[in-house]
Design a protein around this ligand. Structure first.
Ligand code: FE
Ligand code: FE
Ligand code: ZN
Length: 283
């Protein structure tokens, strides 16, 4: 299996690679810019050189990037929707520059306009994106499964499949499955027979071939709570039994599993979570 964590780019993108190495990651996720600002500083040649050199030296790859939390391509507010669209397009371009194969996005919140209206806005935006992006941009855009907090869309597999179907050239459209989010949204993972059903449902509605990244987080909140609160592996309601199902699923062998749990400067929590995950694999 391929394991890793989200690592900070503080001090430059190359630092994220070094942090990944320190945390025993095979691969990592990064923000390609500050996650709470609209504007991004241009990536300097020198920084890019350092970044690619760090990847080569450490063997730690970057499996995916995650978009800024400000982006909402489901927004009924035209100004915010436009701003989100251009920010997303810029992030797709930055991923290409950084040779990151995937960009994860939260589908968006309809903020009162209704689910169908929101889902259609998302699909329109992605259609425009794929049409306007340079044809050599090969970055996959991954819709992340959500917990269904507030007016967040993407908390059922059907909603994601609805968007995928509405996108005309959807070859580069994939899915990121967040274990904490789907569990909170009401997809069981703990009992082996329930885990099996959840994955069958995913395959039937979306298709396992669309699954490119897994966010591997335990849940601080109970099953079906619709609350998005990440917990360390084995310390939450999914528990070690749930993660044992996931890390022993041969179909997921090539899908990077990325931690998104709180950590200190020394990355001790990442190291421990990764150790636990690896220890659950049956020989
Ligand atoms: Fe996310
Ligand atoms: Fe996530
Ligand atoms: Zn979350």
């Amino acid at each position: 299996m391929i394991f890793g964590a989200h690592e900070s780019i503080a001090g430059g993108v190359s630092n994220a690679i070094e942090r990944g190495k320190k945390a025993t990651c095979d691969t990592i996720q990064i923000f390609n810019k500050s996650n709470n600002q609209w504007r991004a500083k241009k990536l300097e040649e020198k920084e890019l050189d350092k970044y690619f050199q760090a990847i080569e030296e450490t063997g730690v790859t970057v499996a995916t990037s995650h978009t800024s939390y400000l982006i909402n391509i489901a927004s009924p507010n035209e100004e915010l929707n436009q701003k989100s669209y251009y920010a997303l397009k810029e992030e797709m371009e930055r991923c290409e520059l950084l040779k990151i194969p995937n960009l994860v996005i939260h589908p968006g919140s309809h903020t009162g306009s209704g689910e169908e209206t929101g889902l259609n806005k998302i699909a329109d935006s992605i259609n425009k994106l794929f049409a306007e992006l340079d044809s050599h941009n090969q970055v996959n855009l991954l819709l992340e499964t959500t917990a269904g907090q507030g007016t967040n869309l993407g908390y059922t597999f059907e909603q994601l499949s609805y968007i995928i179907d509405k996108v005309e050239h959807n070859e580069k459209l994939g899915v990121c499955l967040d274990t904490c989010h789907i569990f909170a949204a009401g997809y069981p993972l703990v009992e082996p027979k329930d885990y099996k059903k959840t994955m069958e449902k995913f395959d039937e509605v979306i298709g396992l071939d669309r699954l490119k990244i897994i966010h591997i987080n335990d849940s601080k909140k109970e099953f079906g709570s619709k609350k998005d609160r990440h917990e360390h592996i084995g310390k939450g309601f999914i528990g070690l039994d749930g993660f044992r199902n996931i890390v022993n699923d041969r179909r997921l062998k090539k899908i990077p599993m990325i931690l998104e749990t709180p950590k200190g400067e020394d990355l001790a929590e990442d190291i421990e979570n990764l150790r636990v995950l690896r220890s659950l694999i049956k020989k």
